[in-house]
Design a protein around this ligand. Structure first.
Ligand code: AMP
Length: 585
């Protein structure tokens, strides 16, 4: 097939803004395309040579393109640069210079799509020393054989500027019309795309095996599934009603979505945007290898930064330190992660996407051996709005964004690539910030594990209730302690240790060790939130809830100058909560 046929279609597509017309031009082109290269034509039309998840780009910078045009046109680079300044479009500039050379091309063999594709593929795969020269000569070779119109689109393609305005959805429409027997077939073709993220492959199956082939299309390892997305509602009542009165509510972890493809020992990770991010997370790959008991599987998880000493989740910003190409080993050590799995889409050769969620989840639970850093999303199944609200507050307090409430009905399939009402997120509609430190009383402690064995993992902290003359818990705090703090803490606290909870301490949480309320420490948190477990301000802001400090951190300041009764009071915490809320009204 001649490349000029593509260039003509591109020109027509560019001349219109109407999607229907674009689709028509595309349909014509696809119908004329030989079966064997339909995938290549589809990729090229989108300005690529592979689906995005392959992550291989042709990668020609403007400077290199200028050199190639100069070489092909027999001009100086300066002249090309000058022209580019006025045209602002390197495609136009290429067209102009190659037109001046038109005579020479008359005697050339016409460019074919196969030749163009093959050359672009070579360019994309050329790496390392000398790769620039290689790319330059490949590109200049193509331009020399091209007509001026072809040169325009070639240059735009290699520099990543094709931008015909054809969305994936338009290609799907065109495929349905050209080969599916009409628009009605579109839903099948779209599903095939949604479970493979590969338009070229879908086109190929369609022309080779027809719509029946597309209907039989299944998930396959190595091709990322386009993620299912959630709608949003703002009350537990609405959510339950929408989900048929009952749902599974899961913690909505605040991290990065990762789709894992396991093929024996080979593990590939894809981001929410379907980029291959395996290189960023060697630790995740290692953990998955140990914990996922399946030969082949596709799983979804949220990756969250954690404090390795306490297992507590850290704010989203911490995970962002892991977004890097270099220094991965160091980042892995400084910002360890945990994975919270929430779906299983493929298992030992079987596509599970059309199974209802309870079935997928059962399989997920059977396949994952949970460890401290490989977990299954925390959940409840409920038909009770109050229970849902409580679980929501607990999720927030523990560092999550809220809940994801999911349908457990018979039709709760995995809707790849779609935002639907099967998944409903429940998040807060306010965000608050804690700017001041507070002084809290140490009333209990929890034994540490791992690196913290023999000392405390976290302290139970309380505010002073001056009206009742008691101490009400407001957070568990394990962050901010240095190794030295940790070593000295048990000794420091020994003199205050008692066998049972002190009568002036009001707590629903059972600590491992209890203290007389004496020691005051300074703490800063991210914000104050409603809490289903802490007793500070219980029933004051809301019936059944207290207040808690989210992401609390010891500042390093012990306050021996303060008596327990001088600690921050419950009243002050309430005022802080109200003040921070006001700020966002
Ligand atoms: P949003 O990005 O606000 O539309 O929320 C959806 C995102 O929440 C998903 O893309 C996941 O990255 C994330 N998430 C966290 N926990 C879960 C969970 N239990 N189930 C599904 N998605 C989750």
């Amino acid at each position: 097939m001649r490349y000029s046929r593509l260039a003509e279609t591109y020109e027509k597509i560019e001349s219109t803004t109407k999607r229907l017309e674009m689709t028509d031009y595309l349909v014509e082109l696809l119908k004329e395309t030989p079966k064997e290269i339909i995938d290549k034509v589809v990729y090229l039309t989108q300005g690529k040579i592979y689906p995005d998840f392959v992550g291989l780009e042709i990668g020609v910078a403007e400077k290199l393109a200028i050199k190639a045009i100069a070489r092909a046109a027999g001009k100086r680079e300066k002249e090309i640069e000058e022209d580019l300044k006025t045209s602002g479009d390197i495609g136009e500039t290429a067209q102009k210079f190659m037109a001046k050379k038109a005579q020479a091309t008359l005697f050339q063999q016409p460019l074919t799509v196969e030749k163009v594709y093959q050359t672009l593929e070579k360019m994309a795969k050329t790496v390392g020393a000398g790769s620039m020269d290689m790319k330059l000569s490949l590109l200049a070779g193509l331009l020399t054989a091209a007509t001026s119109k072809e040169a325009k689109y070639l240059i735009r393609t290699v520099t990543g500027n094709l931008r015909l305005g054809i969305a994936d959805m338009t290609v799907l429409d065109a495929l349905a019309i050209a080969y599916g027997g009409g628009k009605e077939s579109r839903c099948y073709i779209e599903r095939a795309y949604n479970i493979s993220s590969d338009l070229g492959k879908v086109a190929k199956i369609l022309v080779e095996k027809g719509l029946e082939g597309i209907k039989r299309f299944e998930v396959s390892i190595g091709k990322p599934i386009r993620p299912m997305l959630a709608e949003r509602l703002s009350t537990p009542e609405e959510i339950l009603e929408k989900l048929g009165g009952k749902c599974i509510a899961e913690y909505k972890y605040d991290g990065e979505r990762i789709q894992t493809h396991k093929d024996g020992e080979k593990i590939t990770l894809f981001s929410r945007r379907l980029e291959n991010i395996s290189d960023q997370y060697p630790d995740a790959i290692q953990l998955i290898r140990q914990s996922v008991k399946a030969q082949t599987a596709i799983l979804e998880a949220e990756c969250v930064a954690i404090d390795p000493d306490t297992g507590e989740m850290l704010p989203f910003q911490e995970l962002m330190h892991r977004r890097r190409k270099y220094g991965i080993a160091k980042a892995m050590e400084e910002y360890p992660i945990a994975l919270y799995f929430f779906d299983l889409l493929y298992l030992n050769g079987k596509d599970l996407t059309l199974q209802p969620y309870p079935v997928r989840r059962r399989n997920l639970e059977a396949v994952i051996q949970q460890t401290e850093r490989i977990r299954i999303a925390e959940y409840i199944i409920t038909d009770n709005p109050e229970e849902l609200e409580k679980f929501f507050l607990k999720a927030i307090e523990e560092g999550c964004e809220g809940l994801l409430c999911k349908s457990i009905a018979g039709d709760s399939i995995y809707q790849a690539g779609a935002r639907g009402w099967q998944w409903i997120k429940y998040k807060r509609d306010y965000k608050s910030e804690m700017t001041d430190t507070v002084d809290l009383v140490v009333v209990g402690a929890f034994h540490g594990r791992g690196r913290r064995a023999g000392t405390y993992g976290a302290l139970l902290l309380a505010a002073y209730d001056s009206e009742e003359d008691s101490f009400k818990t407001v957070c568990k705090c394990g962050s901010g302690f240095t190794d030295e703090d940790l070593e000295k803490l048990p000794k420091k606290m020994k003199k205050h240790q008692i066998l049972k909870k002190h009568p002036r301490v009001i707590s629903t949480i059972e600590a491992d060790v209890w203290f007389e309320p004496k020691q005051v420490i300074e703490v800063i948190g991210a914000e104050i939130t409603l809490s289903p477990v802490h007793t500070c301000a219980l029933n004051i802001i809301r019936e059944g809830s207290g207040l808690a400090i989210r992401f609390p951190r010891f500042t390093g300041n012990y306050r021996p100058d303060k008596a327990a009764e001088d600690a921050t009071t419950v009243k002050e915490i309430i005022e802080m909560y109200q003040r921070q809320l006001k700020k966002f009204e």
